[in-house]
Design a protein around this ligand. Structure first.
Ligand code: PHE
Length: 451
């Protein structure tokens, strides 16, 4: 059996983890949530959620992964042999598989829009709604792009932790930040800049309700890739001197900054075109923005072309580094527990996801009539993973680290066997024991039974 991979540098650790966190959720979900839920007021609540719930849960996942240096399922089994806690590991691997199957469908759309931007197909005045709908409902186009995307992920995964994930993240994350910088400069010069920034930042505390607070917690979980086995698996490749708390804080900070900056790019563009509404979700990036890019730079089409191309490359890279982190927990499990070579393990994951990914993609079009509980396959995967398994997994992780694990073991991990001074260890334990699981339980209840 090959030797277990490891991240070889601190910067590699941070960039790979940031790669997982920064994804589609930062680019389209966060800005719209901020715009619709009270601007800066939402940002403040979100920051509190990240600090008091996101960071403690992330550190807990790191503790589970790094203390065992094993894939998520083995990690739980080693820490609590012969108990039902192993369900925590199984849910992590299972949920990353489910999410991966539909994440790559949307990731495939980003690839298509990158190619279409490059070929200048988005610039001719067209009905962008019809264009998007025809594309996603086509029986072959989105399928081909999803498969291509998954193959890109596969190529990186088979190269291993150091030469695949770490090397790729070290190359791509700086590029992604550079693209954000360039797009920011462009958006400064747009006519809708002040209006866009005002939409995003004007604090409107009257909009803050209990459900806004819950959306902020949900957004924090999604955006930080929590409770999916991804961070736990990545942490199993951390070295024994990686500072877990510092890494969790840096990753959360960078992820939040990227989300806010994406808002600074999107809204000035949207407000530069009169009559355009700031839509939510896929509609914003695949329908509104192509129209905006085309109209706002009417006089200088070359800038419109470059802006659009860079934006979709940004989206695609963000999706790619996140998709890698969804593939890895399952590959690592098959590799280590089933004693398959990494290549073979990766092929099994890739083929399985390809199959289900195709089903999810077709469920937006020709197979849309096939529904379970009124949901097409794409929505079903999303619902089961994000609304049911994920929150339960979050509660499990917190309870496992807060209540079950030996306190000395947790202390040793968090302080690197006493060599780091972590003054707020007691606060951390309090947050994982009480605050985080209760907050997640409330969201879970609210999402499932109150809507
Ligand atoms: N954090 C990613 C985003 O913001 C989503 C994701 C979740 C990626 C889980 C990997 C694992 O889009």
């Amino acid at each position: 059996m090959e030797q277990r991979g490891n991240f070889t540098s601190k910067i590699g650790v941070v960039l790979a983890t940031v790669g997982s966190a920064v994804g589609l959720g930062n680019v389209w979900r966060f800005p719209t949530e901020v715009g619709n839920n009270g601007g800066a007021a939402f940002i403040l609540i979100y920051l509190a959620c990240v600090l008091f719930i996101g960071v403690p849960v992330m550190v807990s996942e790191f503790v589970i992964g790094r203390s065992t240096h094993a894939n998520t399922i083995t990690a739980y089994r080693r820490l609590a042999p012969g108990t039902w806690w192993r369900v925590g590991g199984i849910q992590g691997v299972f949920v990353s598989f489910l999410i991966f199957c539909y994440y790559i469908v949307v990731a495939g759309w980003t690839l298509h829009y990158t190619v279409a931007s490059f070929l200048n197909q988005l610039s001719a005045d067209k009905d962008y709604t019809a264009y998007f709908q025809n594309f996603v409902r086509s029986p072959w186009e989105p399928v081909v792009y999803a498969i291509l995307f998954i193959l890109m992920v596969h190529v990186i995964i088979v190269r291993g932790v150091e030469h695949g994930i770490e090397k790729f993240s070290k190359l791509m994350m700086p590029l992604l930040l550079l693209i954000i910088g360039v797009l920011m400069v462009c958006s400064f010069s747009m006519s809708g800049f002040s209006e866009g920034i005002a939409f995003l930042l004007n604090p409107d505390f009257s909009k803050v309700t209990a459900s806004v607070v819950l959306s902020a917690v949900g957004q924090a979980f999604y955006s930080l890739s929590l409770a999916m086995g991804c961070l736990c698996t990545y942490a199993s490749y951390f070295s024994s001197d990686t500072n877990l708390v510092k890494t969790a804080l840096s990753v959360s900070l960078i992820d939040t900054c990227v989300a806010v900056l994406c808002g600074f790019i999107i809204f000035p563009a949207v407000f530069s075109v009169p009559g355009v509404e700031a839509d939510a979700g896929p509609g914003l990036v695949f329908i509104t923005l192509p129209h905006v890019f085309n109209t706002a730079f009417h006089n200088v089409p070359l800038i419109g072309y470059l802006f659009s191309l860079l934006f979709y490359v940004l989206l695609m890279l963000a999706a790619l580094t996140s998709a890698i982190s969804l593939h890895e927990p399952i590959t690592a499990y098959l590799h280590e527990e089933w004693h398959l070579s990494r290549k073979r393990a990766a092929w099994i994951v890739t083929s399985g996801c390809m199959l289900l990914g195709v089903v999810c993609s077709l469920s937006m079009g020709v197979w849309n009539d096939f529904r379970i509980g009124g949901l097409c396959m794409f929505d079903l995967f999303d619902f089961v993973s994000a609304k049911i398994i994920l929150p339960l997994g979050g509660i499990l992780i917190c309870s496992f680290v807060g209540w079950k694990l030996n306190r000395q073991l947790v202390y040793d991990e968090v302080t690197n066997r006493g060599s780091l001074r972590v003054r707020l260890f007691g606060v951390y334990i309090f947050l994982v024991r009480w605050v985080a699981p209760l907050a997640i339980a409330v969201i879970f209840y609210n999402e499932l039974f109150r809507k």
